[in-house]
Design a binder for this molecule. Structure first.
Ligand SMILES: CC(C)(COP(=O)(O)OP(=O)(O)OC[C@H]1O[C@@H](n2cnc3c(N)ncnc32)[C@H](O)[C@@H]1OP(=O)(O)O)[C@@H](O)C(=O)NCCC(=O)NCCS
Length: 168
C-alpha cells in the first residue's frame, strides 16, 4: 500500500493552474442548482490561472493542501470585511476538490487557516456560507462556529441568503 503525504502550505504562483482547476470543480459541485448557471459560469471564468497567480503574488494569503503531489484544496484568508462583526480575521474561501471531500481533510485545512490567522495577529474569525449550501453549513456548525449574522448575495436576479459563522 502506498502512503500519501498531506502537506498544507502557502501557495506559490506555480500552483495557479491547479488551484483554478480545484476552484472550478469545487464551485460547480457546491453551487450548481443554487447559483444560477450564467453568473456561476461567469464567476468561474474570471478565476482562471492568471487571476490566481496574481492573487498569490499580491498580499492575499492563499493556502493549499497538497496530497501526494496533487493540489486537493485551497483556502484564502485575511482581514474580516464586515465591520458589524468584531472578529478580526476571515476565511474568505475554503474549497476541496469533490473527490477529497468528506474524509476529514476540510477540518484539517480549516484548522491550518485558523492557525495562520492567529499567526498574523488576527483575533477571532468569520466565515460566510450560502444558507442553501447545506454541506458547508453543517461543516461550520460541526467545527464550533456560532451563527452571528445574515446577509444577501444577488446573482443575476436571484437573491440568496448567506450566514456568518464566528469563532472568538
Ligand atoms: C465544506 C468542505 C470544505 C468540508 O470539508 P470536508 O473535508 O468535506 O469535511 P470533513 O470531512 O472535514 O468533515 C468535517 C465535518 O463536517 C461535516 N460535513 C462536511 N461535509 C458535510 C456535508 N456535505 N453534509 C453534512 N455534513 C458535512 C461532517 O459532519 C463532519 O463531521 P464529522 O467529522 O463529525 O463527520 C468541503 O466539503 C467542500 O469543499 N465543499 C464544497 C465547497 C464548499 O461548500 N465550501 C465552503 C464554502 S463556504
Amino acid at each position: 500500500m502506498k502512503t500519501l503525504s498531506i502537506d498544507i502550505r502557502r501557495a506559490d504562483p506555480q500552483d495557479a493552474d491547479a488551484i483554478a482547476t480545484v476552484h472550478d470543480r469545487a464551485w460547480r459541485g457546491a453551487y450548481a442548482g443554487i447559483i444560477p448557471h450564467r453568473p456561476l459560469n461567469a464567476m468561474i471564468g474570471r478565476r482562471g490561472p492568471r487571476w490566481w497567480a496574481n492573487a498569490i503574488r499580491r498580499s492575499a494569503t492563499v493556502l493549499v493542501m497538497e496530497i501526494g503531489g496533487e493540489i486537493a484544496g485551497y483556502a484564502t484568508l485575511g482581514r474580516n470585511r464586515a465591520s458589524e462583526l468584531k472578529q478580526n480575521g476571515e476565511i474568505y474561501e475554503l474549497y476541496l476538490s469533490p473527490e477529497y471531500q468528506g474524509i476529514g481533510l476540510g477540518r484539517r485545512l480549516f484548522e491550518a487557516a485558523r492557525e495562520m490567522l492567529v499567526a498574523h495577529g488576527f483575533q477571532g474569525l468569520v466565515v460566510w456560507a450560502l444558507e442553501e449550501n447545506i454541506g458547508a453549513i453543517s461543516f461550520y456548525e460541526g467545527a464550533g462556529g456560532r451563527d452571528a449574522a445574515e446577509g444577501v448575495e444577488v446573482f443575476d436576479s436571484k437573491a440568496l441568503k448567506k450566514v456568518a459563522f464566528v469563532w472568538d
